[in-house]
Structure formats: C-alpha cells, structure tokens
Design a protein around this ligand. Structure first.
Ligand SMILES: Cc1cc2nc3c(=O)[nH]c(=O)nc-3n(C[C@H](O)[C@H](O)[C@H](O)COP(=O)(O)OP(=O)(O)OC[C@H]3O[C@@H](n4cnc5c(N)ncnc54)[C@H](O)[C@@H]3O)c2cc1C
Length: 425
C-alpha cells in the first residue's frame, strides 16, 4: 500500500501532528473554514488517555464543533462542580460552576470516547486523518518548516508531505517543541500520578452527586471522578521527590495513602478495583517558544499544567479553537504570520500562566478557602470587579474574562502589511 492509497497528497494548507483534543479541534475548525488539513496520529483510535474530568471552558470549542448534543445523546456524565477536602479547615467544601457565569456544567468522560468523537468530527468536516502514522521529523527549507517526514504502520520506509504551516499537537511527545524550543520545567509542580478504576462506588450526596472529589492528605492529593454506572477513576498525585524517598512502589503508596483519606475512603468502602494501575510523570512545563518559521504549538505540546483543576483538555481545545482562526487568517495574509503568531503565543502564555501560578499557590494547604478565592481574584481580577468566589470559579472553569487569546484581531497588522509605501521610502 502506498501513502497515496491512504488518501495523503503531497501538499496541504496545514499539517497537524497529533489527533488528541488540541489537534483534532484545530484541524476540525480549519477544515470547517474550507482549509485543506492533514492530521497524523501515531495511535489507532479509540485509544486510552488519562484526563477524564472536564471544565466549562471546554464547552465553548465543543459548541463551535457542534458536538454538545452528541455528548448528551451519548450519555456523558454532567459535572456541575467540585468537592474539596483542602486547606487548613479540611471539612469538605464545594464550588458550583453556575457561580462562574454562563456555562454551568462540563462532563466527566472516558477519553477514548471523547477523543474519538472530536477526531471523527474533524473527518466529517473534511480533514484527512491518518491514524497509526508517526511523524518522525520536520522538513526544512531555507530555515522554514515546510512539511514532515512520517512513517505509517504497515508501510515500508519514511514518506514526506508538505504544508504552508505545521502545527504540533503531539501532547507531551512535543515533536516540534523538542527540536526547536527549550522547555522551562516548573520546579514547584514536579509530581507523579498513579491511578486506577473502581466499580460499585458510592456517590457524593445531594447536589454534589456528580462533582469531582479532590482530597488533600499529608503528602499529596487524590482525585475521585465519577464516570458512569458506579465506576470511579481514582488517582493519587504526590511530589516525585516524595515518591522516590519512600521504599514503597507507587501502587503500594496509593493503597497506604488512601487509608489516610476521609471522604474518598467512604465513597469506596464497598468498591472493587477493576483495572490495573497506570502511572505518569506529571511535571508541569512551558515551551520557551510557541511558534517559529512555519510552525506553531498547541495543547500539551505547548505547555502542561498539573491536573489539580482538570484544566488540560479545556486549555488544549480552547487554544486549538483560537489557533484555527489565527491560522486561517495567516493563510489569507502570509505576510503577517510572525506577528500574528507572536500575539497568539503571548496571549496563550498569559492564560496558561494565570492557571499555573494559581495551582502552585493552591498546593499550599495551610490556607483557608477565603484565601484561595482572594488569590484567584488577585491573579485574574485585580480591579475586583467580581466577588472573589466568582473569580475563583471562573478561574477553575477556564472562563477568566480578561484574556485576549479568544478575541485576537489582526486588522491592524493586515493594514500595516498592505499599506502602500509612502513616497520617498
Ligand atoms: C495524571 C494526569 C491527570 C490528568 N487529568 C486531567 C483531567 O482530569 N482533566 C483534563 O482536562 N486534563 C487532565 N490531564 C491533562 C490532559 O490529559 C492533557 O492536557 C490533554 O490530553 C492534552 O491534549 P492534547 O491534545 O494536547 O494532547 P494528547 O491528548 O496527549 O494528544 C496528543 C496526540 O499526539 C499523538 N502523537 C504523539 N506523538 C506523535 C507523533 N510523533 N506522530 C503522530 N502523532 C503523535 C498521540 O498519540 C496523541 O493522540 C491530566 C494529565 C495527567 C498527566
């Protein structure tokens, strides 16, 4: 079989490396605008992925993709907020997304289902999606990335294809970022995670029924995510250094630390573990560069922040949506590419940085919930336009209003680039 038989041609407007939420959203929205898009993913979907609890910001790109009804029909579990055992007064406290604005819920979902749904949508909208195809390297000409070299499972050798722009959405693989950018590791967020699944779990009471449970203990914290039919995803996160210093394996640590929880232990008292353990290094980072000559980064390929507030998929899809609009403009006006991508990078880094700084401070559990609310206000709403609790919920919903990423305009750049040269210049 040749790559032509797979429907791959020699030339596209955009190549997207990775068909996860960031790549599939970017590709789908570019295809919706009539752009010729090619997506490669090294896996065959549906494929397993960690990250099953979502936040309201995620709903905005899903509305743009026309997927929210499909999620309802498929029975995705609605998530209305969170329950925390956290801070110096550790009794559980709750937040409700409805406090933060117009989107009162998101979902908990198995990522195999969600990611396949978004990637299928990209196909429906006209993107060419090739699974089990691994991007091995970029093609460069005169210092510009003009395409990629890829290998397809079952086909001999390495193949090439080209595009006006290559987008790296390869998650923590960071295919392009690894080659062209240094990475800043965030020292305070160097954690490991170990997680598994339980059946026959109890639910939180009343309105908290579908909340995510976040329970802090001495050396780390647990997530409890209600998925469906009594199944919970349960994970433990602790500092890498702490895990290294014990003589217990991560699995042993999970069980011994679970004994220290109060709320989670209660929910799992009649539960059975139904799967093996999975582990991940959970170190937060930001690439120094989010774009270069012929390329741009999005999602975890650009930056990753600790999963304490389940922000990853929302950030990936929201940035994918923003990037699709920017790239569409750049294809029309290639002369503004560098300046437009620079605006994207600055706005994305600001948005990401607010969440990261907040999470770093939130890890200090010696405070009260009022302190955490004020902290969210200090970071996102220094003029105190909202109540601090509203700022907190907006932040953990991914809906902070003061970010430019979603409202970038380029008319000034286009006008500058197309203005006739003044006489004498
Ligand atoms: C322990 C843990 C818990 C988390 N919990 C949550 C949570 O509850 N909620 C949440 O929103 N987020 C959570 N996250 C974060 C979330 O998983 C990510 O932020 C999210 O998956 C990012 O999406 P993405 O599309 O950028 O990357 P990914 O989903 O990782 O997709 C990248 C894709 O690129 C493909 N790829 C990689 N290399 C290549 C290559 N060379 N060629 C072709 N394809 C390639 C991969 O196969 C993959 O499909 C968690 C993360 C961790 C570590």
């Amino acid at each position: 079989m040749s790559s032509t038989l797979l429907g791959i041609s020699d030339d596209y407007d955009v190549i997207v490396i990775g068909g996860g939420p960031a790549g599939a959203t970017t590709a789908a929205l570019l295809a919706q605008r009539g752009r010729r898009v090619l997506v490669f993913d090294r896996e065959r979907f549906p494929r397993y992925h960690v990250g099953e609890s979502l936040i309201p910001g995620f709903m905005i790109p899903m509305e743009e993709l026309g997927l929210t009804e499909r999620m309802e029909t498929r029975g995705f579990e609605r998530k209305y907020g969170g329950t925390l055992v956290w801070g110096n007064n550790e009794i559980p406290w709750n937040f409700s997304f409805s406090t933060g604005g117009r989107i009162p819920y998101a979902y908990h979902t198995r990522r195999a289902d969600l990611d396949t749904m978004i990637l299928d949508r990209a196909r429906e909208l006209g993107a060419t999606v090739v699974e089990e195809a691994t991007v091995k390297d970029t093609i460069e000409e005169n210092g510009r990335v003009v395409g990629v070299k890829y290998a397809v499972r079952g086909l001999d050798g390495t193949h090439e294809t080209r595009a006006s722009l290559v987008i790296d959405a390869s998650g923590q693989a960071r295919v392009i970022g690894r080659k062209y950018s240094d990475v800043n590791w965030h020292d305070q967020l160097q954690n490991v995670a170990v997680w598994t699944y339980f059946d026959n779990c109890h639910r939180l009471p009343g309105d908290e029924w579908s909340n995510i449970l976040i329970e802090g203990i001495q050396e780390g914290w647990f997530w409890g995510i209600p998925l469906d039919k009594g199944v919970f995803s349960v994970g433990y996160v602790t500092r890498s250094a702490t895990a290294k210093a014990t003589d217990q394996s991560l699995e042993e640590l999970f069980h011994s630390e679970m004994a220290q929880t109060s709320k989670l232990k209660e929910l799992l008292k009649d539960a059975h573990q139904t799967a093996g353990f999975r582990t991940a290094r959970d170190w937060s980072y930001t690439n120094e560069r989010f774009y270069g000559n012929g390329w741009a980064l999005v999602g975890d390929a650009a930056a990753f922040v600790d999963p304490l507030f389940s922000t990853g998929v929302a950030l990936a899809t929201m940035a994918g949506s923003a990037l699709s609009k920017i790239v569409d403009t750049i294809i029309e006006h290639p002369e503004i590419e560098e300046k437009a991508l620079d605006r994207y990078a600055t706005a994305y880094q600001d948005f990401f940085s607010d969440i990261r700084v907040f999470v770093e401070h939130f890890y200090d559990r010696s405070k009260t919930k009022g302190f955490y609310f004020n902290l969210a206000q200090e970071i996102t709403d220094p003029e105190k336009k909202n109540d601090a609790q509203v700022d907190f919920v907006k932040l953990v919903s991914g809906l902070t209003g003061n970010h430019q990423l979603f409202n970038l305009t380029f008319d000034d750049l286009i006008a500058d680039a197309t203005a006739p040269a003044t006489a004498g210049n």
